[in-house]
Structure formats: C-alpha cells, structure tokens
Design a protein around this ligand. Sequence first.
Ligand code: ZN
Length: 296
Amino acid sequence: MIIDSHAHFWRRKMLPGSILKAYIEPLLVLDGIIDFSKDREDAWPITEVFAHELVDAMDGAGVDKAVILPLDFGLVEEPGIGIEGYNQWVFESCEEYKDRLIPFVGVDPNRGDKARELIQRFIKDYDAKGIKVYPATGFRPNEERLVDFWKLLDDYGMVVVSHSGASWGPLDEECNHPIFYREVLERFPSLRVVIAHLGGKWKLETYELARTHDNIYADCSAVQGWLPSEPEVAIDRLEEAALHMHDRLVFGTDWPLFDLSYSYLNWVKFVKEENWASEDVKEKMLGGNMKKILGL
Ligand SMILES: [Zn+2]
C-alpha cells in the first residue's frame, strides 16, 4: 500500500493573498511558467485544486491513500472563506473518496477555545484522525499556554502533522524549529508528531529528537524540490532520513505545490526505484509506517 501522508487542496478564497503570493509566485517565476502579475492571479494553475484532481494523480501513480491537510493562516491574514468553511469543504470533499482520502483538521492553536471546539466537532462529525499545525503562524510548540491544546489531541489519539523548516511572506519562520517539540514529546509520550519536510533546513533537530523520543515521525515531502536538477541531493536526504528515522519515516508529496516542477508520478517513481534504502525500508516508508500510525 502506498500512502501520501502530506497533500492539500483549496479554493482560492481559502488562502490569504499574502500567503498565496509568497508560496506560489516563486514557484511559478522559477519555472518560467507564468509572468507574475496580480491581475492574472486567477489564471495560476494551482490557485484552486480539487479532490478529484488529486485522486487522478494518485490513480496515475499507484497511490492508494492520501492525508489531506487544511492550512489555517487566518490569524495572520483573514482569507475570504474562514477556517470552519475550509475544513468543512475538505471533509465533505473527502467523503466522496472515503476509501482514498483521509482529511485532518487544519487549525491554529492560537485560536484557543475556538480551535478546541473545531477539533472536537470534526472528531464527532467525521471521526477526524489528525491535525495539521503551522508554527510559523505564531506559536512555539513548547509554550506553556499550549499544554491544554496538546493534551486534548493526546486524549483523542490525534496524529499531529507540523510544518517545519522554511516559511515565507508574513510568517514567523523561527517558530518552525523541530526542537521546540521536545517538551511536547516528553510530556505526551503517546502523542504522535510528524515533522513535515524532515524538518527542512533544521533536519538535524528532527534526527536529534528521534534518538531520544519514539513518538516523533518525519515526512519526506518537499525533498523533490531538488528534482530534477539535483537527484544526488534528494537521494542523500532520503538516505540520511532512513538512517535516523528508521521505521518512523513516511512518504509525502505536498501536492500540488511541487507538481509544476516535478510531477506526482515522477516523485513516487523516484522514491520507489532509486537506490536510497533496502526494498523493505522503502516499502515501509511508502505506506507501511503511515498505515500503522493511522491504525488502518
Ligand atoms: Zn504542505
């Protein structure tokens, strides 16, 4: 079984303009796909992406399931459609592909009581299995004020996926250090935390935490950013991750963000076929490990 542990979809109005501009513009300019100008924003190819497009990509690449992560940037800049509407839309979209798509709740812990209400509502209505958080919206995971938030997630057995590494635009990148999870992992040893993008430029912090804590995991999404130009760097990153994370490394794509420069199909093929680990390790990374985490 192949599981993509990190994918998104959104309507244009669900993301703040400043975030969309900061994330998508460099990708497009880099690839020479489009000359950025504000009035052409609606013509960008990944400004809006839908469940059926991801399922098509999954079908083409032989991916069985994908975890969908809504993104809450609303406290940084309020988008046209608020966080409740965004989560609701994602969960409803996934209902159509119940055996393929696994939606997580996306909410900023800085919302306090509202965040807790939202999480409980989606657990009750949809049996939500996990949550996506994005520290660069303005919190450090080890802050004392957030202990109740992590406790709630732990009480419900929710899987946490946390952004890590670089952030752009109005976001506070310094909050993204994986090492800020040390206290959370310690205090809640049964809470499973997946560090996205291996930790990015701070991947060594992820690996340091993995030495002492069993409940930390990492996804390899965004590593395909090195492709197609520097395959040796991508292989090196995967080798290193396998060495440190063992069976706590999971596959991810961050679809649709890298699709323009390196297709979904090619990334799946690269991980499957390149010689960065034993066949057994690759198989677990591609699906077995996440299957276990999600209790499938
Ligand atoms: Zn992502």
